[in-house]
Design a protein around this ligand. Structure first.
Ligand SMILES: *Cc1c(COP(=O)(O)O)cnc(C)c1O
Length: 353
C-alpha cells in the first residue's frame, strides 16, 4: 500500500520512554522522577498564577525565569537558554552545533539513548565511543575521535557513573570543539561544570527541572553557555517554536530555582537513600555500579535483567530494563522514598529467595 509518510517517519527508530501502565498502582522506580514534592514556593507560584493572563502568549524573553536561573547558577541572563524539557534543548543542539555531512557528534555507546535518535533525526553522523569494561568513559578516546563536538551525560545514564570536575576541565580545555554536558543528574553529584562556562567558549551545560527540582510534569530545562552558543540555540528554536516554555511553567520554575535550600535538603535525602539501597542490593546478590545519580544500575548474580524486571513488575514494582548489548543483564532502579525503597527491597528479597 502507498504510504504518505516521509522516509524519515517510516524508518527512524524513536526513543522509547519508560512505561506508564495504568492497569494497577505501581511503585514507580523506572523513570528517575524525584520521590519528594516540588518546593512549597513552586507550588504556591502555581496556585497563585493569574490565569486570566493565559489569553496571552508567554513571555518571549522569559526574563523572569532566565534571571532566576542566572541568579541560582551564578551566571548572567545572557548565558541562559530555556526549553520545553532538556530533551528539547538537547534536540536543538544537533542542528545548532553539528553539520549534516560533517564530522559528526561523539558520544558513548552506553549513554542517554536520545543522542543517537537526535543524530539520526537531524542527519548527523554518530561517532560512538565504547565505554571501558567497568563502564567508565575515557575522555581521551572521546576527544581522539575528531568529531565536530562531543556530548557527555554527567553523571551518565543509565550507568550513574560520574566524572569529577577535575577530570572534566582538562578535557574541555584541550578541546577546540564544542563540548555539551548533559547534567540532568548533577543535583545528586555536585560537580557541575557551570562555573567553567565563563572560561571556555566551547562549553554548553544542559540541566533540567525534571529530576533535581521534582518538576518532571512541567517540562522545563535550560542550557548555560557563552552567548554565542546561546544565539545558535535561539536561532534553531525560532525555526521551530518561538514559545516552547508556557507562562505557568515559567512562573513555577522561576520560584523553584529560587528555593535552592529546599532542594539541597530533599536531594540530600535522595543521596542518603541511594547509599542505603546500594548496600541492600549488594546484600541481595546484585553487583551495582557506583552511582552519582538518583538511580542505581544493578545486575544480579543468577537472575537475568529481564527476569528481575518482570518479577518486580508482577509484584507491583516498575524498574527499567534495556534489551541492549552490554547492558541487558542490568536493571536501572530509581531511588525512591524510604517507603518505596523498602517495598522494592521486600519484593527483591522474595524474588531471590
Ligand atoms: C531525564 C534526562 C533528561 C531530562 O529530560 P527532560 O526533558 O528535561 O525531562 C536529560 N538527559 C538525561 C540523561 C536524562 O536522563
Amino acid at each position: 500500500m502507498k504510504s504518505y509518510l516521509s522516509r524519515l517517519a517510516r524508518e527512524i527508530a524513536p526513543y522509547t520512554a519508560g512505561e506508564q501502565p495504568a492497569d494497577r498502582r505501581y511503585v514507580k522506580l523506572n523513570t528517575n522522577e524525584n520521590p519528594y514534592p516540588p518546593s512549597p514556593r513552586a507550588l504556591a507560584a502555581y496556585r497563585e498564577y493569574d490565569v486570566s493572563s493565559l489569553r496571552l502568549y508567554p513571555s518571549l524573553s522569559m526574563h523572569g525565569l532566565r534571571a532566576a536561573i542566572a541568579g541560582a547558577e551564578g551566571v548572567d541572563e545572557e548565558n541562559v537558554f530555556c526549553g520545553n524539557g532538556s530533551d528539547e534543548i538537547l534536540a536543538l543542539c544537533f542542528p545548532a552545533f553539528f553539520d549534516r555531512g560533517g564530522a559528526g557528534a561523539a558520544f558513548a555507546d552506553v549513554t542517554y539513548s536520545f543522542y543517537p535518535v537526535f543524530s539520526d533525526f537531524f542527519g548527523i553522523a554518530k561517532q560512538i565511543v565504547p565505554l571501558e569494561e567497568d563502564f567508565t568513559l575515557d575522555l581521551g578516546k572521546l576527544g581522539a575521535r575528531r568529531a565536530q563536538g562531543a556530548i557527555v551525560a554527567n553523571p551518565n545514564a543509565p550507568t550513574g557513573i560520574g566524572i569529577p570536575l577535575a577530570e572534566m576541565e582538562p578535557f574541555i580545555a584541550q578541546s577546540d570543539r564544542i563540548v555539551i554536558l548533559d547534567e540532568a543528574y548533577m543535583p545528586f553529584f555536585g560537580e557541575s561544570a557551570v562555573p567553567l562556562v565563563k572560561k571556555y567558549k566551547n562549553l554548553l551545560v544542559v540541566k533540567t527541572f525534571s529530576k533535581g527540582y521534582s518538576l518532571a510534569g512541567m517540562r522545563c530545562g535550560y542550557a548555560i553557555a557563552d552567548p554565542s552558543l546561546i544565539a545558535g540555540l535561539e536561532r534553531c528554536r525560532d525555526c521551530f517554536n518561538s514559545y516552547p516554555v508556557d507562562s505557568v511553567c515559567q512562573a513555577v520554575c522561576a520560584a523553584a530555582v529560587a528555593d535552592g535550600e529546599y532542594y539541597a535538603q530533599q536531594n540530600a535525602l535522595v543521596v542518603a537513600e541511594r547509599g542505603r539501597l546500594f548496600s541492600a542490593l549488594v546484600r541481595l546478590g546484585f553487583s551495582v555500579l557506583p552511582s552519582k545519580a538518583n538511580f542505581l544500575f544493578a545486575r544480579h548474580g543468577s537472575l537475568s535483567g529481564r527476569e528481575v524486571y518482570e518479577k518486580l513488575r508482577a509484584r507491583g514494582v516498575l524498574v527499567r530494563h534495556f534489551a541492549k548489548p552490554r547492558i541487558e543483564a542490568f536493571c536501572r532502579i530509581t531511588v525512591g522514598s524510604r517507603e518505596e525503597n523498602d517495598l522494592l527491597l521486600a519484593a527483591l528479597a522474595d524474588i531471590v529467595r
